[in-house]
Design a protein around this ligand. Structure first.
Ligand SMILES: [Zn+2]
Length: 266
């Protein structure tokens, strides 16, 4: 497989899910942002997960060009998501840098919260998505069936959404596509042993495909095991383009257009 060639001028691309709001980046956001821009990663979504993560996402989005914020409470952290936090989240959704809700969803891998509590919090996020007509960024781990049922019951197509860092099989991908959702692939889809995820990539229509780093986690091949950062989305784009028999620039353009459509960006 070809790896990304930095001597060729790449098309502008979009990392649709990254966490420059994480502690590992927080004191050096400008450097990570600038490095990404050097490689023409000209847009990124900073995705929140708790009170501090959400505040920082908005702050970064206001400070840096091409950066958008997505705010919400991830399922592992919803013990801290009470009425006050819900009110704060509601206020944050009115900020013009905020383009979506998330990450939200269900994660039964961790046992810090119960499935019932996670579902209640996910439902509050879906209600906000309906009210504000904002797309949801959905995290699902060991919980595909319950996530599917809730997205279906809430008619997710009304406001739109993405299955982020998709790690399921083709049959699961198809169910979410049938609900009108986008599927976003991270470094996981570049791992040699991720055969099911790679098979899922093959069935996603090109107009529903997104790419992301989910940095600082899940660095793509050939950086696997290193600390991930937005700049590395270029490796993911190149790897997925190879798997799809496409050129880097073609896939970069398509996934950026898709992101613009989903998040209503000009
Ligand atoms: Zn994430």
């Amino acid at each position: 497989m070809a790896i990304y060639d930095p001597t060729k001028r790449p098309a502008d691309s979009f990392d649709t899910h990254t966490h420059l709001n994480d502690d590992v980046f927080w004191h050096d956001v400008a450097a990570y942002w600038a490095r990404a821009r050097e490689h023409r990663i000209v847009e990124m979504n900073i995705v929140g997960y708790d009170a501090v993560g959400n505040e920082r996402a908005i702050e970064i989005a206001h400070e840096f060009e091409g950066v958008h914020a997505i705010v919400g409470w991830q399922p592992e952290d919803i013990n801290g998501f009470g009425d006050t936090e819900l009110a704060t989240l509601r206020a944050q959704l009115q900020d013009d840098a905020v383009i979506g809700i998330g990450e939200t969803g269900l994660d039964y891998y961790w046992d810090t919260t119960t499935p019932a509590d996670q579902k209640a919090a996910f439902q509050k996020h879906l209600d906000l998505a309906k009210e504000f007509k904002l797309p949801v960024t959905v995290h699902a781990r060991d919980a595909f069936d319950d996530v599917y049922e809730m997205l279906k019951a809430n008619d997710v197509a009304q406001f739109g959404g993405v299955m982020h860092s998709f790690a399921g099989n083709p049959e699961q991908a198809q169910r979410f596509l049938d609900l009108g959702m986008y599927i976003s692939f991270s470094g996981i889809a570049t791992f040699k042993n991720a055969k099911e995820v790679q098979a899922a990539l093959q069935i996603v229509p090109l107009d529903r495909l997104l790419v992301e780093t989910d940095a600082p986690y899940l660095a793509p091949v050939p950086m696997r095991g290193k600390q991930n950062e937005p700049m590395f989305v270029r490796y993911t784009i190149q790897n997925l383009a190879d798997q799809l028999g496409m050129e880097y620039n073609e896939l970069a353009n398509i996934t950026r257009e898709n992101a613009h459509r989903l998040w209503h960006l000009g």
